[in-house]
Ligand binder design. Structure first.
Ligand SMILES: Cc1ncc(COP(=O)(O)O)c(C=O)c1O
Length: 474
């Protein structure tokens, strides 16, 4: 389903009402007097809302809560003293460069080193002139979207998709059409069907956005045969692909699969990041794009930030030049593998029947499906009360789907905390199942929950799943 252009309510704390003024559908806050600038905001701000993940921040930072919610890398596994000395030297020895403005495209030395990093995933033909350094790959996503997407354009994206990308697409007033995935990643037949539907509807597809490795949030990896199939479809349908690959070097089982960009340099724009292999706090990522696109990206980034920060670019370049970064990536993957194992073993031992989950071969995330009838968002307050946090699945869909899913991150907590977190979660799920079976047997009409409806702003009272009054919010 293609979601309607954003125009739905503003985020929490800014309840909105979807009104139509003559021919111009418009959204205004419900209480304009609370915000004197309410009627001046650009239309693109109306669909902006805080992500499910940010909304959880205050809760998950409480020490008694085991957080399986955030995707924070385990940066304390870095040689912090060595990194600290390195950064200190950059300021004392090279302050004239590292504390100065730099080029909009990014430091040439770093762009060379980025090409070495990409070679590890089979991209051997990239030149530094095609690389644009960005403030994390998040800025890369924003730049690419600015350069290609007009309001109302369709973007194809896996269902579920990375929440930060959905936020960028929403701000650009794009329409997202999800493409189904399974344990082998994006399903090529579903992609073909989506392309055919869009053509039949006269919808303009600007690109496919995909995270082929250790997907956020699904945890799955696009298989080798499917990589070939997706590239063949791209060729057949003249499709541009945005390949977002922050986790590709964090595999537990085998060498990295060849990137999509390694198979076609003109159809694929590649986004990379040092956030998961070094440090997210430095905010250094990049885009690799054909020269004509690169030119536009540089203009867009200059308009946005003038240039990426010099100090952090020098820090990454120096790190790659002087520190054993490949060994450090191995240290990270060993640590994440242990945490992945703790997660999967605990889930297998403790989760009630009817629960299913993905088995990631790398990266940070497990995507869990609750037993039929349960809703991860509705269950969340009970989980937080039981001192365990996760991210409800609906945040990863642009069309309001995903109620029965949640994302579990194993990257940050220690294995023992993970085991305790999963134990608490399993109890919450069991209690929820008990509640459901009770109310399925006795429909008293007393089980009432308040649920926000995607695309609609009124609060909705829903009855038990077997009640006539139950309304599926999809
Ligand atoms: C799939 C995906 N893309 C992009 C990003 C943004 O990363 P960065 O820190 O490089 O901006 C993330 C961060 O979690 C991610 O999971």
């Amino acid at each position: 389903m293609v979601t309607p252009p954003p125009g739905s309510p503003a985020g929490p704390g800014q309840p909105g009402t979807h009104l139509t003024h003559g021919a111009h559908p418009h959204v205004v806050p419900r209480h304009p007097r609370l915000d004197p600038l309410a009627d001046r905001y650009a239309a693109r701000t109306h669909g902006m809302k805080s992500s499910e993940i940010r909304a959880l921040f205050s809760v998950v930072s409480r020490p008694e809560v085991v957080s399986l919610a955030g995707g924070m890398p385990a940066v304390t596994a870095l040689p912090l003293d060595a990194v600290g000395l390195m950064i200190g030297d950059l300021v004392s020895g090279m302050g004239a460069q590292t504390l100065q403005y730099g080029s909009g495209q990014g430091d040439p030395r770093l762009r060379e080193r980025i090409c070495d990093v990409m070679a590890l995933e089979g991209i051997t033909d990239a030149s530094a002139s095609e690389v644009v350094v960005t403030v994390g790959s998040q800025q890369g996503l924003d730049l690419v979207t600015r350069v290609f997407v007009d309001p109302g354009d369709v973007i194809l994206a896996e269902g579920p998709s990375y929440v930060g990308a959905l936020g960028v697409f929403q701000a650009a007033q794009a329409r997202v059409r999800h493409v189904a995935m399974d344990e082998h990643g994006l399903i090529p037949e579903a992609l073909e069907e989506a392309l055919a539907d869009c053509r039949a509807n006269g919808d303009r597809v600007k690109f496919l956005y995909t995270v082929p490795n250790f997907h956020n949030p699904a945890g799955v990896t696009l298989s080798e045969p499917r990589r070939e199939a997706v590239m063949a479809l791209a060729e057949q349908h003249d499709l541009l692909i945005i390949e977002d690959n922050p986790y590709g070097l964090l595999g537990f089982e085998h060498e990295p699969l060849r990137a999509l960009r390694a198979r076609n340099s003109q159809r694929v724009i590649y986004l990379g990041s040092f956030s998961k292999t070094f440090s997210p706090g430095l905010r250094v990522g990049w885009v690799l794009a054909p020269l004509a696109v690169r030119e536009k990206l540089v203009l867009a980034t200059e308009a946005q930030v003038l240039c990426p920060p010099s100090l952090t670019q020098y820090a990454v370049a120096r790190y790659l030049d002087t520190q054993p970064w490949r060994e450090q990536i191995k240290t990270f993957t060993e640590l994440y593998r242990e945490r992945r194992d703790a997660t999967l073993e605990s889930l297998a031992a403790l989760m009630p029947a009817g629960t299913a989950w993905t088995k990631p071969e790398g990266g940070f995330y497990v995507w869990l499906k609750l037993p039929a009838g349960l809703d991860a968002k509705l269950m969340q307050p009970r989980a937080v009360a039981a001192h365990v946090a996760y991210v409800p699945g609906i945040g990863f869909f642009a069309d309001g789907n995903g109620q029965e899913y949640m994302r579990l991150s194993y990257c940050y907590p220690e294995p023992d905390q993970i085991r305790e977190g999963v134990r608490r979660l399993a109890r919450v799920v069991e209690a929820e199942l008990d509640l459901h079976s009770t109310f399925d047997k006795v429909d008293t009409g007393t089980f009432r929950a308040v649920r926000g409806t995607p695309g609609r702003e009124a609060e909705r009272i829903v009855g038990p799943a077997n009640s006539d009054t139950y309304e599926d919010p999809r």
